[in-house]
Design a protein around this ligand. Structure first.
Ligand SMILES: [Zn+2]
Length: 499
């Protein structure tokens, strides 16, 4: 099935055409330079379900599913007035008088009518027909070549637009009669997301039963993130000695932790691993449970102090503190730089974020796969609700840097594949990056629900013989086998559930 994913415009996303989301999944005419394009969701999550725009003839169930799609589309079209369609065609016809030069004016007509097309369904072919017809009428024009180029460009835009012109396609879950247990995403991050934790299975159940308004399902939400461009991430606690040194040397941080707590940590035995966790817990919870106004005051004081230091003389942590402060002025979450590891992921490196591990993405572009759940417990770098008590309770206070997953490589003569799987017993999902040179072929077998999207390039899919360009998203039901051939250098990301 061909999917249209859902764009999420959170304000931490990269803006306009600078975002990897808009440049991958939209064509230039659709991009609003003032919009934040933060995330692209592929799956059946209720806050952004993917729509099915067509079904490829890949297996014996195709006809049944395709009938369902057709009747669903027919119903949505019947609901709309055909008058609006006539109106759009008239708009185009009236422009034939002036020999329909396909220039900026005509592009504008199409842009203006896009919203009406949006509300009507799949009728963009009418435009392409009109454009083609006028192409023939236009042969003698001295600007023939330019017009033809423009015509081709518009036709190309309309083709590319096909998916985005229609919001009346049925949801994937309606065609499948079920929801997916995972969500596949692309993120393009301009400023830090909130410092957060996702509960494990037991905590998720408990939180859902106690606070269903805040924690909207009873599912855990482990995630795996794979860097497309270099990424900065705060993740898991630093070792106790690092945290302790920061607490002792940064006056403003020390003032946020009671003196008796610092003494207790200092005087006790650090050799025992459990003790270390206990002390990290003690320092972190004492810090977190301060009055917010006092924390803000100390945040501002440290920022003002650090600003006086020339950049080259600041430590790495001090520079990150200033960076986060500039993104979230006065937010005490900036102090988490001194509690959590700063991880710099290179392109093609991934990390698995277990339940109960604190983390915050700071910058970069990535692919992410997770359990389909909404459960996020936040404690800083956000204007959203912070649930400090719950967060401090669910944390495991395990420390040290997370394992960096470099991807299991398999090369054939031409192709390269990188497979990323969490290094745990019975992982629930995996990501694969497939790189193909022109004319390479590759077989994708699906035993489980699988979503692929074309990040770069173009492929022909067999047996449907359909071609798919950059930004195309395909959902493969279990039992499907597809054979893809790249027509140019192509990069595909694949997300798959394993449960
Ligand atoms: Zn998260």
């Amino acid at each position: 099935m061909i999917l249209q994913g859902s764009i999420q415009k959170y304000d931490w996303g990269k803006k306009g055409s600078k975002s990897l989301i808009s440049s991958t999944f939209l064509n230039p005419i659709q991009i609003n330079e003032n919009d934040y394009y933060a995330e692209y969701w592929m799956g059946t999550h209720s806050q952004g379900p993917s729509l099915v725009t067509s079904i490829l003839p890949l297996n014996e169930k195709w006809e049944e599913a395709n009938e369902k799609l057709k009747s669903s589309l027919k119903n949505s079209l019947c609901e709309k007035s055909s008058d609006s369609l006539v109106e759009i065609i008239n708009d185009l016809d009236s422009n034939q008088d002036s020999n329909l030069r396909i220039n900026e004016n005509n592009k504008n007509i199409i842009v203006e009518n896009e919203s009406r097309l949006n509300s009507m369904g799949v009728n963009e072919n009418i435009f392409i027909d009109k454009i083609n017809k006028n192409d023939k009428n236009d042969k003698n024009d001295k600007n023939d070549k330019n017009d033809k180029d423009d015509l081709n460009e518009i036709a190309k835009i309309m083709n590319l637009n096909e998916i985005n012109l229609c919001n009346n396609y049925p949801e994937l879950s309606n065609i499948l009669n079920r929801k997916l247990n995972f969500l596949f995403k692309m993120l393009s991050i301009n400023k830090s997301l909130s410092i957060q934790v996702h509960p494990d299975k037991d905590s998720a159940k408990k939180l859902y039963s106690l606070f269903p308004q805040i924690y909207r399902d009873d599912q855990p939400k482990p995630e795996m993130v794979l860097a497309i461009t270099p990424m900065e991430i705060l993740c898991s606690f630093r070792p106790l000695d690092e945290i302790y040194i920061f607490v002792c040397h940064i006056k403003e941080l020390r003032e946020l932790i009671p003196e008796d707590v610092i003494k207790k940590v200092c005087r006790n035995d650090w050799n025992d691993k459990n003790n270390k966790r206990e002390f990290i817990k003690l320092l972190f919870t004492s810090f977190m449970k301060n009055e917010n106004f006092f924390m803000q005051k100390k945040t501002i004081e440290l920022y003002q102090k650090l600003e006086q230091i020339p950049i080259e003389r600041r430590t790495n942590e001090e520079n990150y503190f200033i960076k986060l402060y500039n993104q979230h002025p006065g937010d005490p979450g900036c102090f988490c730089i001194f509690f959590l590891n700063i991880i710099q992921l290179k392109q093609d490196q991934a990390i698995y974020l277990e339940a109960n591990e604190p983390h915050a993405y700071i910058s970069g572009d990535c692919v992410e796969i997770m359990n389909s759940s909404d459960n996020v417990i936040r404690c800083g770098l956000t204007s959203k609700f912070k649930d400090i008590d719950t967060l401090c309770n669910v944390l495991t206070y395990s420390y040290g840097e997370p394992e960096i997953l470099k991807g299991k490589t398999s090369h054939t003569l031409q192709n390269s594949f990188l497979l990323y799987k969490p290094n745990i017993l019975n992982p629930s999902f995996e990501i694969e990056k497939i790189t193909l040179n022109p004319s390479d072929s590759h077989l994708i077998n699906c035993n489980n629900d699988t979503i692929i999207f074309i990040y770069q390039g173009e492929i022909v899919v067999h047996p449907s013989l359909s071609d798919h360009k950059k930004g195309a998203v395909l959902f493969l039901v279990p039992g499907n086998t597809i054979y893809i051939i790249s027509t140019r250098k192509t990069i595909i990301y694949l997300g798959r559930t394993l449960i």
